[in-house]
Design a protein around this ligand. Structure first.
Ligand code: GSH
Length: 400
């Protein structure tokens, strides 16, 4: 028996014993039989080997310090490779490789690639839907694979709204393969959203902000809602000004919290995030949308972060100071946008939760998906938002 330092549990420690091959094999077979999924099976194997080597349990002191050392080491390696940081440990997002150059092939040759967990891709799906570009710009929805990359798989139909599936433009198995089809190949990050040109077989753009601008103004001849302008010239200055606030502090701000590699970097990111949310809460108390009476592109950019806030960022990225639900104006503003025709169908919460907690970035060892917060459920998001009185503009007309 050993008494674990500061804890009060009494733990039996068996002396190491010699183990025959036959015993190992039997133990592995039993653990395989007793477990269902792939990861259960692997867990069973590790457990069996540990038990055979050390008996019923490892001394907790050794267990805790060795797991902490291994986990911290692996975490540092993973973060340094996948989440580049500046010298103070702050997350520094790599810039997009393919920016829109302003020239497009004839209508009908564009294809959009997205993933439903991704807030940047979500912007493009919303603008595509509001502008009525579903036929002119077909979409393929990738899902995150176990290695964190995007892949296409046959998924059973069902549920409300959009779901993941196969690559309808190129028949590829992974998004990396699609990027690789471009002339000259490609070896960089294969990110969503990505706009593909079927005529020239090339990437048009993989920067979400460029893609939503392009959808808003460059495809009106094939859009179902050409009159809807989400970036009217008289509001361009204000839109850009708001974007300079919300991109670093909120859109990328939640990632700066989640991917911070030092306490100082996290403290800075979380302070900037919540002071910006406080300002937005205040502003939205008297304005229906960020730029006043009309919905604009910058509202859509803010919405896709807000809709993931309580579901993922509050917990997984340690944005814990407040839940979005604790900001009445921001929550009502989010519900207002969610209730615009066609927007709810672009929000797939199962994909968002699986993407963040289980697949994209291994920040959640064990991969357990927490329960959906009550305040992010569809029924709650459909509750009256009461924001009509803040605007005299006619309700947003969207051809269904
Ligand atoms: N700046 C880009 C960011 C896109 C981005 O980071 N997408 C992530 C998903 S949320 C991705 O595809 N990551 C895959 C990778 O980095 O390999 C944009 O706004 O479009």
């Amino acid at each position: 028996m050993s008494l674990c330092g500061s804890c009060s549990w009494v733990v039996p420690v068996n002396p190491p014993r010699r183990v025959s091959r036959q015993v190992i094999r039997r133990s592995l077979r039993m653990s395989a039989e007793n477990s269902g999924s792939d990861s259960d099976w692997r867990f069973g194997v590790v457990n069996a080997v540990t038990k055979l080597l050390w008996g019923q349990s490892l001394p907790p002191g050794i267990l805790v310090s060795s797991v902490r050392g291994t986990w911290n080491g692996a975490w540092r390696v993973m973060m340094s490779q996948l989440a580049p940081s500046d010298s103070s440990g702050g997350y520094s997002r790599p810039s997009s490789k393919f920016r829109f150059s302003g020239s497009l092939s004839p209508a009908g040759s564009l294809h959009l690639y997205v993933g439903l967990a991704c807030p940047w891709a979500h912007r493009t799906l919303i603008v595509r839907a509001l502008k009525g570009l579903e036929e002119a710009v077909p979409v393929s929805v990738a899902s995150p694979g176990l290695d964190g990359s995007w892949e296409f798989k046959r998924v059973e139909e069902g549920g409300i709204g959009i779901g993941p599936g196969l690559d309808k433009a190129n028949g590829c198995r992974t998004l990396k393969e699609v990027y690789g089809l471009r002339r000259g190949g490609y070896d960089g990050r294969s990110t969503v959203p990505m706009l593909w040109d079927k005529c020239s077989k090339d990437v048009v753009c993989n920067e979400s902000y460029d893609i939503i601008q392009l959808f808003n103004s460059s495809l009106n001849s094939v859009a179902g809602n050409p009159d809807l302008d989400l970036a009217p010239p008289e509001l361009m200055g204000e839109i850009e000004e708001w974007y300079r606030v919300i991109y670093p502090n909120v859109n990328n701000g939640v990632y700066r919290c989640g991917f911070a590699q030092s306490q100082e970097a996290y403290d800075r990111a979380v302070k900037e995030l919540f002071s910006t949310l406080d300002k937005l809460e205040d502003h939205l108390g008297s304005c229906r949308y960020l730029c006043g009476e009309a919905l604009t592109l910058v509202d859509i950019c803010l919405f896709t972060t807000l809709i993931r806030f309580d579901v993922a960022y509050n917990v997984l990225f340690k944005c814990t100071k407040k839940k979005l639900y604790e900001y009445p104006n921001l929550h009502a503003y989010m519900r207002d946008i969610y209730q615009i025709p066609k927007v709810a169908a672009t929000c797939n919460f199962a994909e968002i939760m699986d993407g963040y907690y289980k697949l994209l970035f291994p920040l959640n060892p064990g991969g357990i998906r927490p329960v959906m917060p009550y305040t992010s459920q569809h029924e709650i998001l459909c509750r009256p938002h009461g924001r009509e009185s803040l605007s005299s503009a006619t309700p947003l007309f969207v051809n269904q």
